[in-house]
Structure formats: structure tokens, C-alpha cells
Design a protein around this ligand. Sequence first.
Ligand code: PRP
Ligand code: URA
Length: 208
Amino acid sequence: MGKLVIFDHPLIHHKLSIIRNELTTPQDFRNAVSEIASLMTYDITKELPTKDVNIKTPVAIAKCKQLTKDVVIVPILRAGLGMVDGILSVIPQAKVGHIGLYRDEKTLEPHEYYCKLPDGVTNANVLLVDPMLATGGSVSYAIHLLKQLGIKKLCYVGLVGAPTGVERIQKDHPDVDIYLASLDEKLNENGYIVPGLGDCGDRLFGTK
Ligand code: PRP
Ligand code: URA
């Protein structure tokens, strides 16, 4: 079974309190989402493979390490976009692919409308990002799509999850590690995470 990591860090708790607050403006919401994403990424990437390299400093040869594999960030549109800049602030050389999904408001089933991934993605370390893991339908669909395209190494990074979503990913994709800033209580009758933070896409982009 893949790892399930729920972050327990004062800075992340503090920033979660900002994005949960219904009075937070889209500007402050975007900033806090981005900052949480970068804090999480610093820890998530601690096991990325490296190779030994010799670097000539102005003084001598230093034995250093460099990343061996490309990192590709794949946000699920729209809300996943809110995490991309934060992750890029930690891994600026990463490439970015996009998967467009929307959740039907009645059936809660995901519908694909876009997919564009960088060359070489099949051999890269892929971070699939979407702040919200509710029923898990969207993330499960996206993982399935990425696996079908031949991607071998991927994990899912989100902000707020519900137990239903975590169980769905663990059932559909037991090999995939899950990283969340918070595991909330439940889903409500409309498929929203409780207490959650509301509709993340709307809050990021001010669409409601
Ligand atoms: C939200 C969210 C996830 C999905 C989570 O996107 O960003 O992608 O819902 O729900 P699930 O776990 O039940 O699939 P939404 O479909 O609202 O699209 P948007 O980001 O374009 O607003
Ligand atoms: N999508 C969101 O943006 N928020 C939820 O609570 C559930 C799905």
C-alpha cells in the first residue's frame, strides 16, 4: 500500500486556518494555497533520486549531488493551478502538464476536457496536484489516465481530503502515495468536504 501522509506542521496548520476562513480574499487565499504547496513539496521531495557529481568551486573540487530525473507537475484544472507556483518555487526546473477535469454537480462524476503533458513525462517523477480530494473520483481518473500513458512514478499531492476520497484512491491505486495537508471529517450531501474550505476553484479565481 502507498503511503498516506497528513502533514502536521505549525506553518501548514496556520496557513490552513487562512484558507478555511470564509472571509479570506481570493488574493490571500491564493497566496496561502501556494505557500502550503511549497512547504509540502520541500518534504515530499526528500527521497528524489540523486547522482554524485564533482563540481569545481573557485577553491577545489566539491563532491555534490544532483537530481537524476525530471520532475513534472500535473495540476488538475482548475483548482490544481493554485498549487503550481508554490511547487515551482521549490523545484523551478520542473515541467508542467495539465489535465482538465470538471465534476458533474449532480452525479459527482469527473469529465475530462483537456490533457497536455510534456515530452519525457513517462520517465519523470510526476506530482499530480489537486487541492481537494472529495469523492476521489477526479484524482482516481487522473491517475488512471497518467498510468495509461505509461507514467511509472507518480504521487498525489492535495490540501484537504475526505476519508471517502482517501479510501477511493487506496482502493483504485494502492501503489500511489497520498500527501495531504489535512484529512477532514466527511462529505456533505452535495459532495463537499466538511469542514473543508468550500469550492476551491471559485475561491482561488473569485468566480463566485
Ligand atoms: C474540484 C476539485 C477536484 C474535485 C474534487 O474541482 O478541484 O478536482 O472537485 O472532487 P472529487 O474528489 O469528488 O472528484 P471541480 O470539478 O469543482 O472543478 P474546478 O476546479 O474547475 O472548479
Ligand atoms: N471540490 C471543492 O472545491 N471543494 C469540495 O469541498 C469538494 C470538491
